[in-house]
Design a protein around this ligand. Structure first.
Ligand SMILES: [Zn+2]
Length: 428
């Protein structure tokens, strides 16, 4: 059988290479979704004294499983290496903290949570979400693998246990802390290499009658809006309702509702319960979104195979913009140093030849350099000092927040630019 690896190349070139297997159903992965070449880990920002050292690059090659249609990367890097000292602090994004506050209001009302309930969040980061439950005196526990991030949560009064989540830790947590009525996780399901161990752990931990909510970027949006830069090593899976429902069902869990939410460029929030829990009947939203995904082709390999050509076109258009801007003597800087920015910069080959610097609100990133491309990361104040002509917003999902906070760039005729879905100069 001819497998398609990349355009113009016969699969026989890769014959010596062992065939990767689907992380959910273990079928051999033969069909490429998109191959973004070699890239360093996106959260390993480089210290000044590391600039001359070697960096490790890993393939950034996404596959689609021909059996269950789970889009995924191979596991090139162990989660220990990625997550034990993570540079991402959720609370540096105002809109993400606000998202957490609104979520807390909604679930507290909908599921009648109170002082006798127990709420847990998997990958609770710096407590950006659970702080709202603490404020309502609803008992809670964060489960977070990165000790440096968990420390910040504990300091702000959010009880947090430092560990990776899976079947074994779920059993330990249930024995030590009890079983939660609400088990939440935002942007974590896509980040786990062993999705079966993770979802199996949720099944073990959830109290009878309890509710799971899981948020993840929606694969349909990724494809519709060309969000290829959300593919990075930390994201092992790219999820649809169809694929998540299959994984949950395999572990005795049922999805009973789904919300489409705007975070991260378009996400789903699915609501799960024990499969036999009659108190949570499946609502029509689940059937209608599953039908939409199927009608849009998410159960057909051809749909996935069309993606890579659009990614290449986006790269060429972005480079054309940058080349023309620099040739015309314009200055261009970046805003943000998010994971997705590093995929974009490395895949497109954008270094200080195009961006003089980038800025980030997180003091943990300031003074460091972007991995692979070595663009200096400075404090946002630098934009006002240097008055660049263009500011390229790398976390384009936060463009409203960023353009509002830095509207002053129009004082000198500066313009914001977003790279995705296609390079666009925003109106001042
Ligand atoms: Zn599969």
């Amino acid at each position: 059988m001819m497998a398609i690896y990349r355009d113009g190349m016969d699969s026989s070139i890769n014959e010596a290479r062992p065939t990767p297997k689907c992380r959910f159903c273990a079928s051999p992965l033969k069909v490429t979704f998109v191959d973004l070449g070699m890239s360093p880990l996106c959260q390993t920002h480089i210290e000044p004294d590391e600039l001359n050292a070697m960096e490790r690059f890993y393939p950034l090659h996404a596959w689609v499983c021909g059996n269950c249609f789970l889009v995924q990367l191979e596991e090139y890097v162990s989660p220990d290496e990625i997550f034990s000292d993570y540079d991402y602090f959720s609370s540096y994004s105002d809109s993400w903290v606000e998202h957490g506050r609104r979520y807390t209001e909604m679930v507290t009302q909908r599921f009648g949570l109170g002082e006798k309930s127990l709420v847990m969040e998997i990958a609770s980061n710096d407590g950006y979400l659970l702080q709202h439950f603490v404020a309502k005196k609803i008992p809670c526990l964060g489960i977070e693998p990165a000790a440096n991030v968990a420390k910040v949560a504990i300091e702000r009064g959010v009880p947090t246990t430092v560990r990776f989540f899976g079947c074994q830790s779920a059993t330990e947590i249930a024995a030590e802390f009890g079983r939660p009525h609400l088990l939440a996780g935002a942007n974590v399901l896509a980040h786990v290499p062993d999705i079966n161990d993770f979802v199996g752990g949720m099944k073990i931990l959830l109290a009878p009658g309890g509710v799971i909510t899981i948020e993840f970027p929606h694969l349909l949006k990724l494809m519709d809006e060309n969000q290829f830069d959300t593919i990075y090593h930390e994201h092992f899976s790219y999820l649809s309702l169809y694929s998540v429902e299959k994984v949950f069902a395999h572990h005795g869990l049922r999805l009973f509702d789904v919300d489409q939410i705007p975070t991260h460029g378009g996400s789903l929030r699915v609501y799960g319960c024990h499969a036999d829990d009659a108190t949570h009947p499946t609502l029509p939203a689940v059937d209608s979104l599953r039908d939409e995904e199927i009608s849009r082709g998410l159960t057909s390999l051809e749909t996935y195979q069309g993606f890579e050509a659009r990614v290449k076109d986006t790269k060429r258009k972005l480079l054309k913009f940058l080349i023309e801007a620099r040739a015309a003597g314009k200055t261009v800087v970046g805003y943000g140093a998010p994971g997705k920015g590093n995929t974009l910069l490395n895949y497109c080959g954008i270094r200080t030849d195009f961006l003089d610097y980038t800025v980030d609100r997180s003091p943990h990133k300031q003074g460091r350099y972007t991995p692979g491309t070595h663009i200096p990361i400075l404090a946002p104040e630098r934009i006002r000092e240097t008055k660049p002509d263009y500011v390229l917003i790398l976390p384009w999902n936060l463009k409203k927040e960023i353009t509002a906070q830095h509207a002053y760039i129009k004082e000198w005729g500066g313009r914001f630019v977003v790279p995705i879905p296609t390079v666009t100069v925003l109106d001042p």
